[in-house]
Design a protein around this ligand. Structure first.
Ligand code: M6R
Length: 613
């Protein structure tokens, strides 16, 4: 995780760095720091806690003058959040400064070696080792680029590094391996950053660095080298989306803004891929011949993306008649999955950076499976590594709790389901057409889940239930997948202990936890299973639970017989219903968190992209 930004030009660097870090705070937010070359000396300012603390410390950047610097926002891995563990880290003699995103796996060995050579360490971080290692080579070679190159050759693990040397004012070096890093071309100024929003105000011309790449740059020039240190030409990509997409635009939180963006995001995912009554996936190369030989599909992901995988099992098995197994990416490699040419591994990741998910992808490829990634962040590591990629095109998602990315990932699963079933002929034409027709109105139906009426009703329930200690989400069939996600949303941003169960499982254990005042959220949209879920609701009510129901217009009257507090969403094709039922659960979690005074966009202990295992 962690966010990096670097600036080299003619303007004051510190305010630009602070501004960039503010856009990267979603990546980590337990401390922040900057290092700026000021009057020929590297000056560092760091502060534990939110960026606002650093901002105050250096008076919005005015306190450190200079046109050349690096900045960092941290999500602690090695050493607790503290001023001293914050980046940038200076090497012992104070001549080299480093910001780092990633993990140096052999840092202890290197630290021992460097300590024996007389280097001193102030922090517990792996990054300070990198700074000292570079300095060690620099002491001997007196050549900054060569020193960086030699030091990087010693590093094991993942890193995006921004490096300054006091003896070489006006030159910055950045290196990337397995952690994201972009280079931004300006006019008489250049940038590095972990992600586009950090520099989008200044440039749209960016290069996504590849693993092993190094860039050595001044304000007017940039030289790129590949993993073998051969010079390479890089053609910049032009970022098409607007900075507004990464701003709150009047919403109190990114999470709320991103929920309201769901209809547009869904449209953006679906409509370019539906042409003349068919799903067209120009981005994938799955042939009919390949699909006919396919024995199994694994869907591998973490967190909410994994829950899309749980829903994908129902969707793909129903439509394509191929066995589908969702697997947590952190478990995949160690579960000895049966993989081969006849296995398709669908990898789902909003960020395209999640370490466990990427490792699973690499393992699947190594064992000969075909891989198809569903990714939001263009040019991310997972997108580059997979055999095929389908982008969700949801636009930047900033809130740590995913909402629109989840919804668009689900939409890509619908597209894949229709695409495969079309090639294999596993769905009757009328059913295919019916689903496709509903798919084309899905964005409008999601909008109906966001009407002021519905939202204020949910806000009211949030105020009623915001003080519960425990919550259980129950549902059957596809509703149970929605429950997993609704429950995760509540626990991650509102810090309420919450669990999700297939409703029928309750009486096999969890019901013993139901007592007076426990909240049970019951999702009941599946026609044949509505009554069964209501029986489970009666069981928990009999034990004192407060129940909040979520259903469709079809059961609007029926649900009132059992549950007084309920939320009603429009009806769509049963295969697509989860796209509508998830919306009130996202809104519910948002308002509960708000009532409890939680930091909705930046929940404690979490980060947007989990680049460590
Ligand atoms: O970027 P990814 O989709 O790979 O991230 C996976 C999970 O870390 C992510 O979905 C996480 O569970 C979110 N905080 C959920 O809101």
């Amino acid at each position: 995780m962690c966010g990096i930004v670097g600036y080299l030009g003619s303007r004051q660097a510190a305010p630009i760095l602070l501004e960039g870090l503010a856009k990267l705070e979603y990546r980590g937010y337990d401390s922040a720091g900057v290092c700026v070359m000021s009057d020929g000396v590297l000056k560092v300012a760091k502060a534990k806690g939110r960026l606002a603390n650093l901002n105050g410390l250096i008076d919005g950047g005015k306190a450190i003058q200079g046109t050349f610097g690096i900045g960092h926002t941290r999500w602690a891995t090695h050493g607790a959040p503290s001023d001293v563990n914050s980046h940038p880290h200076m090497a012992d003699a104070g001549k080299i400064a480093v910001v780092h995103n990633g993990i140096i796996e052999n840092y202890l060995k290197l630290k021992e070696r460097l300590t024996k050579k007389g280097k001193h360490f102030k922090s517990e971080t792996d990054t300070e080792v990198v700074a000292n290692l570079i300095e060690d080579y620099y002491d001997r070679l007196n050549d900054f680029p060569r020193a960086v190159r030699r030091a990087v050759g010693q590093l094991e693990g993942s890193y995006a590094l921004g490096i300054l040397c006091q003896d070489l004012p006006g030159t910055m070096i950045a290196v990337k391996k397995e952690s994201p890093l972009i280079f931004g071309f300006g006019e008489g100024e250049n940038f590095i950053a972990s992600d586009v929003p950090a520099i989008l105000k200044y440039t749209r011309k960016v290069v996504y660095l590849n693993d092993g790449d190094t860039v050595i740059f001044t304000k007017d020039s940039a030289r790129f080298y590949d993993a073998f240190y051969d010079p390479v030409e890089k053609v910049p990509e032009i970022i098409e989306w607007d900075i507004d997409a990464a701003e709150k635009c009047g919403y109190d939180h990114f999470m709320l803004k991103e929920i309201y963006e769901e209809p547009k995001a869904i449209r953006g995912t679906l409509s370019p891929r539906i042409k003349a009554g068919r799903v067209v996936l120009d981005d994938v190369s799955l042939t009919k011949e390949y699909l006919e030989e396919l024995k199994r599909i694994y869907v591998v992901a973490c967190g909410s993306s994994y829950y899309v995988g749980c829903l994908a099992k129902h969707i793909l098995e129903k439509t394509c008649r191929i066995p589908v197994e969702p697997v947590l990416a952190s478990e995949f490699r160690y579960s000895e999955p049966v993989l081969g040419k006849d296995t398709l591994v669908i990898i789902i990741s909003q960020s395209g950076e999640t370490a466990d998910t990427k490792a699973a992808l690499v393992e699947a490829k190594k064992q000969g499976a075909r891989t198809l990634a569903i990714v939001n962040v263009v040019g991310s590591a997972i997108a580059k590594e997979a055999d095929d990629v389908i982008y969700t095109w949801a636009g930047p998602e900033i809130a740590v709790a995913t909402t629109k990315a989840f919804s668009t990932q689900l939409c890509v699963i619908y597209l894949i389901a229709l695409y495969i079933s079309d090639l294999l002929g596993t769905l009757p034409k009328e059913e295919y057409d019916r689903i496709l027709e509903e798919l084309q109105t899905l964005d409008q139906k999601v909008s109906l889940c966001l009407t002021e009426d519905l939202v204020s009703r949910i806000r009211y329930y949030a105020s009623q239930y915001c003080n519960v200690r425990d919550a259980f989400f129950i549902g059957r069939n596809m509703d149970s997948g929605v429950c997993l996600e609704g429950s995760l949303k509540l626990k991650e941003i509102a810090y309420i202990h919450s669990e999700a169960y297939a409703a029928g499982e309750l009486k096999h254990g969890p019901i013993s936890l139901i007592e007076e005042g426990t909240l049970v959220v019951a999702v009941a949209t599946v026609d044949q299973l509505f009554d069964k879920t209501m029986s489970n609701v009666k069981e928990v009510k009999a034990r004192g639970a407060d129940v909040l129901g979520v259903t469709t217009e079809r059961f609007q009257e029926e649900i009132k017989k059992t549950i007084t507090a309920s939320v009603v969403v429009p009806v769509t094709h049963p295969m697509l219903q989860s796209s509508l039922t998830i919306v009130p659960l996202q809104i519910f979690a948002y308002y509960v968190a708000l009532q409890r005074g939680c930091d909705v966009d930046k929940p404690r202990n979490l980060a947007k992209s989990v680049t460590v295992e």
